[in-house]
Design a protein around this ligand. Structure first.
Ligand SMILES: [Zn+2]
Ligand SMILES: [Zn+2]
Length: 308
C-alpha cells in the first residue's frame, strides 16, 4: 500500500475510471443524446443493478449531473457535465482505432462526418504546436513530478465480480477493452510504449503478480496488440513488442492522458512530459480532421447514420 498522497496519479485515476466497458458505453450514448434511465437501458443489454451503479459512479465522479425533472414519482435525467463532455476525444479516438483494426464488429461504428469541411473523416492525432500528425515514435516521453510506474497503474473503480458476470453478455469494444478494461493490461501497454519489453521488467516495474501478468500478456498477444519476439541468442526467451495495431492505439492513450491531466492534475505537476522530435516543442496532442486538417471539436462531429 502506498502512503497517503502517493496514490494513483491522473493517469492511474483516469484509466481506473474509464477502463470499464459499461462506463465507456454509457458515456458514448450520453454524448449521442441519451439522458434518461430508459434511454440507456433501451440501448444496452445492461442489468438494473449495473446501470444504477455506473450512473451513480459517473455522477459521483462529476462526469454526469443528475437533474430531477419530476417529483411525483421522482424522475431524473443524467446530463453530461463539462468534464463528462470532455471525454469525446477519447471516444472518437477509440472509434477511429476500432474502425481501422477491428473489422468484425458486434456493434456499429457509423461513419463520422466533419461539419466544417463536410467530409467523412477519421480523427488524426496531431501536435498542437506544429500541426503535424504524430505517432508514438515521434515523441519522447519523460516522467513528470507525479509520474512513476506505481502511481500510474490504474485504480480499479468497479467491483470485479459484477464486471466478470456481465462480460459474456456484452463485448462491444472487445479489442479496446483488451487494453483498457483491465488495470494490468493498460499498465503493460503503457510500459510497452515506454520501451519495456521483458517479462521480468514488466513484473518488477509494475509490481504485477506473475500469473496475472502472464495472463494479460497472453491476451494482448491474442488480440495482436503485442507480439512475442524471440531472441536469437536466447531461444528460450522472448520479448514483448507492440504490433502496428498496438502502436496505433497511442492516440487513445494520449487523449486519455490529456483529459486526465485537465481534471486530475496533481499539485506537484504532470505525470509525463512529452517532446515532439520534429518541431522540438513540448508536445500537446489534439485530434484533427484527416480531410481538412483542422482541429476537431465535439459539436462539429456528426455520426451518420445513427444506427443505435
Ligand atoms: Zn510538433
Ligand atoms: Zn474536416
Amino acid at each position: 500500500m502506498l502512503p497517503e498522497g502517493e496514490g494513483a496519479n491522473a493517469l492511474g485515476i483516469a484509466f481506473g475510471l474509464l477502463g470499464d466497458e459499461w462506463t465507456l458505453l454509457l458515456l458514448r450514448h450520453s454524448v449521442l443524446g441519451a439522458k434518461r434511465y430508459s434511454d440507456f437501458s433501451a440501448a444496452l443489454p445492461i442489468s438494473y443493478a449495473v446501470l444504477t451503479a455506473r450512473l451513480d459512479l459517473l455522477v459521483r465522479e462529476q462526469l454526469m449531473e443528475k437533474v430531477v425533472y419530476q417529483q411525483h414519482p421522482v424522475r431524473a435525467e443524467y446530463v453530461l457535465t463539462e468534464k463528462g463532455r470532455g471525454v469525446w476525444p477519447i471516444l472518437a479516438a477509440i472509434w477511429g482505432w476500432e474502425r481501422r483494426w477491428v473489422p468484425e464488429h458486434t456493434y456499429d461504428t457509423p461513419p463520422m462526418r466533419h461539419r466544417v469541411c463536410g467530409a467523412e473523416f477519421t480523427p488524426r492525432y496531431s501536435c498542437r504546436a506544429c500541426g503535424e500528425a504524430v505517432t508514438a515514435h515521434d515523441l519522447v516521453a519523460t516522467w513528470g513530478p507525479s509520474g512513476g510506474w506505481q502511481r500510474s497503474t490504474p485504480e480499479s473503480r468497479t467491483r470485479r465480480r459484477s464486471q466478470s458476470r456481465e462480460r459474456a453478455a456484452k463485448a462491444f469494444y472487445p479489442d479496446t477493452m483488451a487494453v483498457f478494461g483491465n488495470r494490468w493490461s493498460s499498465a503493460v501497454v503503457g510500459a510497452a510504449f515506454m520501451g519495456v519489453s521483458r517479462f521480468t521488467d514488466f513484473q518488477s516495474l509494475l509490481g504485477a503478480p506473475p500469473s496475472l501478468l502472464a495472463d494479460r500478456l497472453a491476451s494482448l498477444c491474442e488480440r495482436e496488440i503485442l507480439h512475442q519476439v524471440k531472441l536469437a541468442d536466447r531461444p528460450d526467451w522472448a520479448e514483448y513488442k507492440l504490433t502496428p495495431k498496438g502502436i496505433d492505439f497511442f492516440p487513445v492513450i494520449g487523449v486519455t492522458l490529456e483529459w486526465a491531466e485537465s481534471w486530475y492534475r496533481a499539485e506537484e505537476g504532470p505525470v509525463l512530459r512529452w517532446k515532439h522530435r520534429a518541431c522540438r516543442q513540448e508536445f500537446h496532442g489534439v485530434l484533427t480532421c484527416d480531410q481538412c486538417t483542422q482541429p476537431l471539436t465535439g459539436h462539429e462531429i456528426q455520426l451518420e447514420p445513427a444506427a443505435d
